[in-house]
Design a protein. Structure first.
Length: 93
């Protein structure tokens, strides 16, 4: 379903092969129904969206400001961010 051979997958899982290309990681996330970006995190790389966000010079400052928040506080910030994203970009997912 991801468009890779069984041999490729076997070599990848047995660490006989390096990390897959970004497009292949994205296919794996889609096929396995894994939250987008999780496999990129595991690979120690940024997906296309994270790379775009990190081009903004304030992105790291934003992330660092979130670090001391409790899980509940973080959930409130996330909820507000999603609300604002829908407000200003209703055409996006």
């Amino acid at each position: 379903m991801a468009g890779v051979s069984i041999a490729y997958l076997s070599r990848l899982l047995s660490k006989q092969r390096g990390l897959p290309a970004d497009a292949t990681i994205t296919k794996f996330e889609n096929v396995l129904e894994i939250e987008p970006g999780r496999l990129f995190d595991a690979a120690g790389r940024h997906d296309a969206l994270a790379s775009k966000v990190f081009k903004n010079k304030e992105a790291r400052r934003l992330l660092r400001s979130l670090e001391p928040l409790s899980d509940d506080e973080f959930a409130k910030v996330l909820s507000e961010a999603e609300r604002l994203a829908k407000k200003y970009h209703p055409e996006e997912k």
